[in-house]
Structure formats: structure tokens, C-alpha cells
Design a protein around this ligand. Structure first.
Ligand SMILES: *[C@@H]1O[C@H](CO)[C@@H](O)[C@H](O)[C@H]1NC(C)=O
Ligand SMILES: *[C@@H]1O[C@H](CO)[C@@H](O)[C@H](O)[C@H]1NC(C)=O
Ligand SMILES: *[C@@H]1O[C@H](CO)[C@@H](O)[C@H](O)[C@H]1NC(C)=O
Ligand SMILES: *[C@@H]1O[C@H](CO)[C@@H](O)[C@H](O)[C@H]1NC(C)=O
Ligand SMILES: *[C@@H]1O[C@H](CO)[C@@H](O)[C@H](O)[C@H]1NC(C)=O
Ligand SMILES: *[C@@H]1O[C@H](CO)[C@@H](O)[C@H](O)[C@H]1NC(C)=O
Ligand SMILES: *[C@@H]1O[C@H](CO)[C@@H](O)[C@H](O)[C@H]1NC(C)=O
Ligand SMILES: *[C@@H]1O[C@H](CO)[C@@H](O)[C@H](O)[C@H]1NC(C)=O
Length: 642
């Protein structure tokens, strides 16, 4: 999975100083050196991350290893309480007695070493939390036979006796990530719906990655992989569902799902409602139904599935690929778009529950097919279409060898040894929310790019002038480590400057960034939060990318753009409330692969009461001048107030 590390001739064209090897350090990174049996480097790296705006920052742990909180992972002991203590420790923002809507000052990365962790009630995850398993040997969460509750992992618990009240506002349930787990529900009686893997009722800046669900294959199984009744997400990918009644069950305003496999599931996806979902690269083996879709209404009262797009699917030995609950006739039916669907022994491609076969299947490929209203130009009159539609022209540079849209799993460097990772705090950066770290970080990048993987210990790293991430950099944060621009350099709206510049213009090389947040401290009318120049080495798709990393403008402690920026009418600017000139600028030479990136100008304050609306002015969200290839998967920009 790790790509070759530096490309000789091209790196030399970069502007920063390099030696004859094409890198400024003496020992290029090379392949991963972790010994067999060695734990994931994240488990053993020195723990020195700090949440700098936490009122009790020096005592508040960001990193928590569940074994330090008493979890055994021995497959016998009930570890529920120990894991929940690891999650909640430090008076974190949650429901129940400590009710709160959100907090950015109490982040947590809850780490699970390899092992089998028995749980009997839900693991309640809090706001701004990541649950991370050993990426080398995935830990298994085993639901006990007597498991009770909504799901093994619950991202938005209901308050008992609370009349439907929940810990968090589902549309504002941001900043969550779960990765590297197996979840085994097979001990829970098949007919018990408590056999659910994850209750994932979440919104933007959330991800599920690299998770395998094991469920009962009994005919009467009620097990579900993911249950999601509503929310406003989000991205998930690299998921495998084995058995169960449903792999993914539910609805959400919007979601992007990449690279999922469904084996022996009764209905791979049971979609109750949405505004728009995209499934990209789906594999289904021996299911009964691929997608079971509730259709028939798109008004506020009748909302069912508004739009489902399925791109690059392989479906094998499955009687029905898509089943809608009502015939589609255009007026209120929602939309379905299929592109590059390979069927192998799938008698019905699209059918109606207890109704007609709309599109027969067989062993065949559906190049491009649609059902729903088509609009042309500015004409508001729809034309109902149910049949083949012109296939979009997909340039080959965007595709992989199998003709699918290219995708790249988030790099976690699990084959690398601890000695190949360096902590920026160990090399002079402070990350304390006060010190200007520009020179320290620039020196670390320039010394070690191409030779080490950069670990940004949790913190807020202030930069007072542009920080250039050179080509040949791999950067990993810790529960969304923040780099924040501040000061005079970012004040001139007529001469905006990048806070972070990814590669010098026309520079080539690998750049990978995950788990980071980029921002500016207000006011910053002249800040371009992030500018991408770097191009992937020739032919190395996804060589320059960002996973689970975001541009966030205002709305949290330390940003100076909170309640001092009350809501007001459009155009009524307050100078001190200019958050950025531009969020993310993709320059012509850049070839970004963005997966799950959210560029957000805060419309409410995430700290404090977590609900008060504010008006921050951000000039622009994403400006893409990239000449390609560029992939934006589960990526978007939002604000109430550009
Ligand atoms: C600070 O954190 C420590 C450890 O979590 C805790 O024992 C202590 O009570 C906290 N102090 C305050 C003032 O919150
Ligand atoms: C549920 O099962 C676990 C693990 O087998 C056990 O420790 C626990 O006591 C059981 N709880 C109840 C309520 O039976
Ligand atoms: C499950 O259902 C299938 C199809 O209806 C049937 O052929 C099979 O015998 C059933 N298996 C069990 C164990 O009931
Ligand atoms: C979320 O979904 C649940 C279950 O369908 C429903 O009861 C609730 O009203 C929904 N909440 C919102 C805010 O849409
Ligand atoms: C898809 O996900 C699986 C893990 O579920 C992973 O092994 C594989 O590399 C991924 N493929 C792509 C193209 O992302
Ligand atoms: C489509 O079906 C709905 C009921 O499902 C009906 O009310 C509507 O008149 C139909 N529209 C057309 C254009 O046939
Ligand atoms: C579809 O048919 C099955 C039996 O063939 C029946 O149980 C079910 O209620 C029907 N569903 C609808 C929505 O008509
Ligand atoms: C959470 O937000 C709601 C409004 O959505 C507000 O009424 C409530 O006071 C907030 N809760 C807290 C603990 O501040």
C-alpha cells in the first residue's frame, strides 16, 4: 500500500534545498521496518499531545489506551466499563448528567491494542472522539450473548426515559472517527436487533474506515452492521459486512460510501430516506437484495430516498440488485443513477417490491442507467426518464487499472517502525496555542521530508507566516491536531497569503496528510487557509492527498471568532469577524486526492453552549483550478454565510 517514496528527477525541480538523493536528509524513508508482531507505532509513540484550550490542559489526556483503563481484551472479561471509562475520563462533553451539545476542547483518541474485547452494553462515544484499533492486527469488539442496547458503538445515545432526547444534535454531530476494528455480533441471538455494530447518527467531519462486521447468517437474523436514523454526514469506506439482515440500515441527509463489500447479507443496504447518497465501488456476494430502497415521496412529509447514485459495483449471485418500495413515475419518486454495474447471476437489476421488474439483470454490465426527473438548462420542467442515460465521460486519469474510479485507502503507515516516525514536539515545535511555530515546523519539514513520517502530537501550532509542506511529506495528526495562522501576515484582504502551502508551485512528490485541522485565528481577512500546488509523481495516483482532514474557520475556543460575531444580516460585516479570504485553493499544478475533507465556516459556536448561531465571514470555500487529476470524495464546503 505504501508507494515508492521519492522520485528522483522530479523532486530536484522543487525549490527547497535538496541533496543529490533528491531529499535533504541522509537516510530516505524506504519501506516499513516494523518487525512481525510489533504493535502499531501509534501504540508506543511518546504520549505528549495536549488540548491547549482545555481549562485543565496539563492534566487532560488526549490519548487513552483502553488497557490503561482496565480493559483486558482477553475474550473473557467484560470490558464495557473499562472502555467507557477510557472514553469519558476527564469530565468530557456528553449527555446525561454532563449534558452538552459539543466541545472542541476535550478531544480524545481512544486506542485499542490487538485483542478481543467483550462488551455487554454500548460503548458510548463522545463528541470529538476517535476510536482507533491497532492497524497491524485489528482488535475485535465481541458483543456478549446478553448484549443489550442500541449498538456495540453508539455515537449518539438516547437518554433513557428522555422521550427521544439524545446526547447530541444529530445534524451537528461532527468530528468522529472509528477505524481498524472487527465487530463480532454472532453471539447475540440472531433474532435480537441489539446485534447491531454501530449506531452512527452523525454529521460532517466523520468517518468509519477499515471495519469488518460479523453477523448471524440465520434466515431469521435481525443483525445489522450500521444503524443510522438521521444526521448530516459524512464519509465511510473500506468496510466489509458478513451476514446479517442489513449491512447499512437507515438514512441521512447525505453521505459518500467508498469501497464496501457485502457477503451473505439479506439486504446489503436498506435505505429509509436521504437527500443524496453516493456509493462508489461496491462488491456484493450472495446477498438476497443489494439495495432495498424506500421510495415514494420527496416532500417534507413523505421524505423517502431522494437520490441514490451507485458507481462501480460488482454483484454476484444475488437475486435482486435494487428493489424500490414503490414504482417510480417521476412526480415524487426520487432519483436512481447506476454507472458501471457488473452483474453475475443477478436475475433482477431493478425491480419494485411485489411489483414489476423495471430492468432485467442476468450476467451483464449496466453501463449507465437512470430513473427520475431530468432537467435541461434553466428549464424547470422535468422530463421523467427510466432507462439508459448517457454515460458521463470519465477521463482515464481518474480511473484505476480495472476501470473503476480510483480510490486510495487512508494511509496509516502500519508497516512502519516507531523509529521511522518523528514527533514534531520532540523536534522543537511547541503546539501550545501561543508560540509562533513557523520556523520550528519549517525546519523539521526541511530536515526530515522524505526521511521520516511526521507525527503532529495533539495541540494547536501557531504559524505567523506561510508554512510550506514540502513534497515528500507524510503527516499524521492526533485527533485533529490543528495548525492555525495568526497575525499581521494574514490581514490584507487585497493581498491574501496562504497559511499552509502544500508544495512549492510546480513541485512533484508524495504528500499525504491525515487527521489534521487547518485554520486561522481571527480576524484573518487575508488568509488563504490552505493552498495546494504539489503534483503527484507521474503515474502515482493518489500520491498527493488528504484524509479525514479539514479546514475549519471560527466557532471554537482559541479562534477569536465566536460569540463576538453575533448573527446579523447578509452584507453586515464586522471587521473582526473576517475568518478567511479563501478556505482551500487547489492551484493548477495540484493533483489532490481529498477524502472526507470538510471546509467549514462555522455557523454556530461549538464550544460554550454549542448551539448559539454566529456569523463569520469567509470569502470563498474551495477554489479548484487543478488541471487534474483531482478526486474529491465525500468532500464539500459549507457555511451559512460566505
Ligand atoms: C484536572 O484533571 C485531573 C485529571 O483528570 C483531575 O483529577 C482534576 O480534578 C482536574 N482539575 C480540574 C480543576 O478540573
Ligand atoms: C453479560 O455477559 C458478560 C460477559 O459474558 C458478563 O460478564 C455479564 O455479567 C453479563 N451480564 C448480565 C446482566 O448477565
Ligand atoms: C433459509 O431460507 C432459504 C430460502 O428461503 C431456504 O432454502 C433454507 O432452507 C432456509 N434455511 C434454514 C436453515 O431455514
Ligand atoms: C431521527 O430519526 C428518528 C427515527 O426515525 C425520528 O424519530 C426523529 O424524529 C428524527 N430526528 C430528526 C431531527 O429528524
Ligand atoms: C478496499 O477495502 C479493503 C478493506 O476492506 C482494502 O483491503 C482494499 O485495499 C480497499 N481497496 C481500495 C481500492 O480502496
Ligand atoms: C405518480 O404516482 C403518484 C402516486 O404514487 C400519483 O399521485 C401521481 O399522480 C403519479 N404521477 C404521474 C406523473 O403519473
Ligand atoms: C409483498 O409480498 C409479501 C409476500 O409475498 C408480503 O408479505 C408483503 O406484505 C408485501 N409487501 C407489500 C408492501 O405489499
Ligand atoms: C444545546 O443546544 C440547545 C439548542 O439546540 C440549547 O437549548 C441547549 O441549552 C444547549 N445545551 C447546553 C448544555 O448548553
Amino acid at each position: 500500500m505504501i508507494l515508492s517514496l521519492f522520485s528522483f528527477g522530479t523532486i530536484l525541480s522543487c525549490v527547497y534545498s535538496v541533496n543529490a538523493l533528491g531529499t535533504s536528509c541522509s537516510a530516505p524513508l524506504g519501506p516499513g521496518l516494523a518487525a512481525p508482531g510489533e504493535p502499531f507505532w501509534l501504540e508506543t509513540i511518546k504520549d505528549q499531545g495536549v488540548s491547549v484550550y482545555h481549562p485543565n490542559a496539563s492534566d487532560y489526556p488526549v490519548f487513552r489506551n483502553v488497557k490503561d483503563y482496565g480493559a483486558k481484551g482477553d475474550g473473557i472479561t467484560d470490558d464495557t466499563d473499562a472502555i467507557n471509562n477510557a472514553i469519558s475520563f476527564g469530565g468530557r462533553c456528553a449527555g446525561g448528567a454532563q449534558i452538552c451539545n459539543s466541545s472542541t476542547v476535550s478531544p480524545a483518541l481512544v486506542y485499542f491494542p490487538k485483542g478481543n474485547y467483550v462488551v455487554s452494553t454500548p460503548l458510548n462515544t463522545y463528541y470529538y472522539t476517535q476510536l482507533v484499533g491497532d492497524a497491524r492486527q485489528l482488535p475485535t469488539l465481541v458483543a456478549s450473548e446478553n448484549f443489550t442496547g442500541l449498538a456495540v458503538i453508539d455515537a449518539d445515545p438516547y437518554i433513557p426515559g428522555g422521550n427521544g432526547a439524545q446526547w447530541f444534535v444529530n445534524q451537528n454531530n461532527f468530528f468522529r472517527s472509528v477505524r481498524n476494528f472487527e465487530i463480532d455480533l454472532r453471539q447475540v441471538p440472531a433474532t435480537n436487533e441489539a446485534g447491531t455494530g454501530i449506531h452512527w447518527q452523525v454529521s460532517q467531519a466523520t468517518s468509519l474506515t477499515n471495519i469488518v462486521f460479523h453477523m448471524s447468517t440465520a434466515n431469521d437474523t435481525a443483525h445489522r452492521g450500521i444503524w443510522m436514523e438521521n444526521g448530516s454526514g459524512g464519509y465511510m469506506g473500506d468496510l466489509v459486512f458478513n451476514g446479517g439482515k442489513f449491512g447499512i440500515h437507515g438514512g441521512n441527509q447525505q453521505f459518500t460510501v467508498r469501497n464496501t463489500t457485502f457477503n451473505n447479507v439479506q439486504a446489503g443496504v436498506s435505505a429509509l430516506w436521504n437527500w443524496g447518497w453516493t456509493f462508489q465501488r461496491v462488491t456484493m456476494n450472495n446477498c438476497q437484495i443489494g439495495f432495498s430502497i424506500l421510495t415514494g415521496g420527496t416532500t417534507a412529509e413523505t421524505q423517502s430516498v431522494g437520490a441514490e447514485a451507485i458507481i462501480d459495483a460488482t454483484v454476484i449471485n444475488t437475486p435482486i440488485f435494487i428493489q424500490t418500495s414503490k414504482p417510480s413515475n417521476g412526480s415524487l419518486s426520487g432519483s436512481l443513477v447506476l454507472n458501471n454495474i457488473k452483474l453475475d447471476n443477478v436475475p433482477t437489476a431493478v425491480g419494485v417490491l411485489n411489483g414489476s421488474v423495471v430492468l432485467p439483470g442476468g450476467t451483464t454490465t449496466i453501463e449507465s442507467w437512470g430513473q427520475g426527473n431530468v432537467y435541461s438548462g434553466a428549464d424547470g420542467t422535468p422530463r421523467f426518464v427510466q432507462g439508459p442515460i448517457p454515460a458521463p465521460d470519465k477521463p482515464s486519469v481518474l480511473l484505476d487499472d480495472s476501470g473503476h474510479i480510483f480510490g486510495k485507502t487512508r494511509p496509516q503507515y502500519e508497516s512502519y517502525a516507531l523509529s521511522q516516525i518523528i514527533s514534531v514536539k520532540d523536534h522543537g515545535a511547541m503546539g501550545d496555542g501561543r508560540t509562533d511555530d513557523t520556523a520550528a515546523l519549517q525546519a523539521i519539514f526541511d530536515e526530515f521530508a522524505g526521511c521520516k513520517i511526521f507525527f503532529f502530537d495533539a495541540g494547536t501550532y501557531i504559524v505567523k507566516s506561510t508554512l510550506t509542506i514540502p513534497a515528500d511529506s507524510r503527516i499524521v495528526g492526533e485527533a485533529w491536531t490543528t495548525i492555525a495562522g495568526r497575525g499581521l501576515k494574514f490581514q490584507d484582504i487585497d493581498n491574501p497569503q496562504p497559511v499552509i502551502r502544500v508544495g512549492e508551485p510546480d513541485c512533484q512528490g508524495i504528500v499525504e496528510i491525515s487527521d489534521m485541522i487547518f485554520t486561522a485565528i481571527g480576524p484573518a481577512p487575508g488568509a488563504i487557509i490552505m493552498e495546494w500546488n504539489v503534483a503527484q509523481p507521474s503515474g502515482v495516483n493518489g500520491g498527493t492527498g488528504m484524509w479525514d482532514s479539514h479546514v475549519k474557520i471560527g466557532g471554537s475556543d482559541g479562534t477569536n471568532l465566536q460569540l463576538n460575531c453575533p448573527t446579523r444580516g447578509a452584507g453586515a460585516f464586522i471587521d473582526n469577524c473576517f475568518g478567511a479570504f479563501l478556505g482551500l485553493h487547489l492551484k493548477p499544478s495540484s493533483t489532490p486526492y481529498l477524502e472526507g475533507t470538510w471546509v467549514w465556516v462555522a455557523d454556530h459556536n461549538l464550544d460554550g453552549d454549542g448551539s448559539t448561531q454566529i456569523s463569520i465571514y469567509g470569502g470563498r470555500g474551495i477554489l479548484s483550478e487543478s488541471q487534474g487529476p483531482a478526486w474529491m470524495i465525500g468532500t464539500g464546503a459549507s457555511s451559512s454565510y460566505w
